[in-house]
Write a protein that binds this ligand. Structure first.
Ligand code: AOS
Ligand code: ZN
Ligand code: ZN
Ligand code: ZN
Length: 429
């Protein structure tokens, strides 16, 4: 077995470009040095950064209207893992994969772990699914899962989460992400407080089954599929639940799960103050949970998220956020989108490392708003492309991952063995 992309192709394309990259890197290094920044130190930090790939992200997404499948879509979790292997081989920023149960169920977890090891991948948080019904399931989640009015339905949802923990233990995950679609579509449909209490009662049973070194990550979402109210609708409800559950429960922030224009960097600052920040699902949005590619619409917002994280780390806060991409690819090849998005997230982190923290502290103390905001812009407007290219080059990846991927013909190759998937009606959102 060989890695999915031919190493000689990567090397040949890198050879053609590396002189230019090294020269651009040296020039950027000079510019940063004038600002008192050592480029090699930033590069080392960036090289250690990783964001998880969601297993479902390598398939074409869809909307409630239609799904337009691409060529050579993964048939099962092993195909998904191979596509994740391509992403990691070329872009070197995604060392882990996050599985979704039951979508990724397989008969031999040891074999899956081996396959992941072959691609140099590990497993990040495991995601449960009580927002859709599975064939043969005894109780429907149409009216909720962990917060359902019916005790047997709640018990089934709890049981599913316990199974996810067991699977996660077999593949080396250390966290369970719980997002529920529970809520209501009409005023009066649901008793808000009772539904929250039922959610808590169920969540407590899951929490009690967590291994000692695991976290439970609660993902809030303002709406969809419930469009009037959701049980864990925002970081307030999420924080309450996490505090009531205990120290292993934390709040996960999906960037698309808020009302438009909500200040997400402020939310994460509050969660950091409460020691409850679990991590992120990165994506971008214009209107709602659009699941567009990270930083494709508002790269500055993504930078501001990392600015808070870098500041908190520098100030000595102990926290360990889980980073994952959570996107739906409707019009692009998912592999290309995921590589581009991972690099965009990595870029935001690199830019945040360039903020002159001492000068920013001083500007804040002096209430010098213009200087403070200028310092952020100075970092954000620095083109760190050569630094990111060097990180990939040093790590054995491709200087230009998308061009190398296209040149490799991978998609056409896998399309020979992976049958065309059916399109049509609503997809996964
Ligand atoms: C749903 O909107 C959430 O973002 C969840 O993270 C969900 O499990 C994931 O998007 C897969 O559908
Ligand atoms: Zn999410
Ligand atoms: Zn979402
Ligand atoms: Zn979504």
């Amino acid at each position: 077995m060989t890695l999915p992309i031919d190493a000689t192709l990567i090397a040949a394309r890198n050879d053609a470009e590396q002189r230019a990259v090294r020269s651009d890197y040296a020039h950027l290094g000079e510019q940063l040095e004038r600002r008192g920044i050592q480029i090699d130190q930033v590069r080392e930090q960036v090289a250690r950064f990783g964001v998880a790939i969601p297993s479902w992200g390598v398939g074409t997404g869809g909307t409630r209207f239609a799904r337009f499948p691409g060529q050579g879509e993964p048939r099962h979790v092993f195909d998904k893992l191979q596509d994740c292997g391509v992403i990691q081989q070329l872009a070197r920023a995604t060392p882990t994969v996050s599985l979704h149960i039951p979508w990724d169920k397989c008969s031999d977890w040891g074999e899956l772990r081996e396959a992941a090891g072959f691609h140099g991948l590990g497993f990040d948080a495991i995601n449960s699914n009580t927002f859709s019904d599975q064939p043969g399931q005894a109780h429907s989640y149409k009216f909720g899962s962990l917060s359902h009015t019916d005790a047997a339905t709640r018990a089934q949802a709890v049981e599913h989460n316990l199974e996810c923990i067991e699977i996660g233990q077999q593949i080396g995950s250390k966290a369970l992400t719980v997002w529920v679609g529970d809520g209501s579509n009409f005023p009066g449909q649901q008793h808000f407080r009772r539904a929250f209490d039922r959610y808590l009662e169920s969540a407590r049973q899951i929490y009690a089954a967590l291994p000692g070194d695991w976290r439970m990550m609660l993902e809030h979402k303002i709406c969809e599929p419930a469009f009037y109210s959701t049980v864990i609708q925002d970081w307030g409800s999420s924080l309450m639940a996490a505090q009531l559950l205990g120290p292993k429960a934390q709040c996960l922030v999906d960037l698309g799960h808020h009302a438009p224009n909500v200040n997400i960097e402020l939310i994460l600052a509050r969660l950091l103050s409460a020691d409850k920040l679990a991590g992120f699902h990165f994506n971008d949005s214009k209107y709602g949970d659009d699941d567009l590619d990270a930083g494709s619409v508002s790269p500055y917002r993504l930078f501001l998220v990392f600015n808070e994280l870098v500041a908190a780390a520098k100030e000595g806060l102990a926290f360990d956020p889980a980073y994952m991409l959570d996107q739906s690819h409707n019009v692009t090849d998912p592999i290309e989108s995921l590589m581009t998005s991972a690099i965009q997230v990595q870029r935001s982190y690199a830019q945040a490392l360039l903020v002159d923290r001492a000068a920013l502290d001083a500007a804040q103390e002096a209430n010098d708003a213009l200087t403070a905001t200028h310092l952020l812009k100075q970092a954000f407007q620095t083109d760190v492309t050569p630094l990111l290219q060097r990180v990939r080059l040093d790590g054995g990846g491709a200087i230009d991952p998308v061009a190398t991927y296209r040149a490799s013909g991978y998609r056409n190759r896998v399309a020979q063995t992976r049958p065309a998937a059916a399109g049509g009606g609503g997809g996964i959102v």
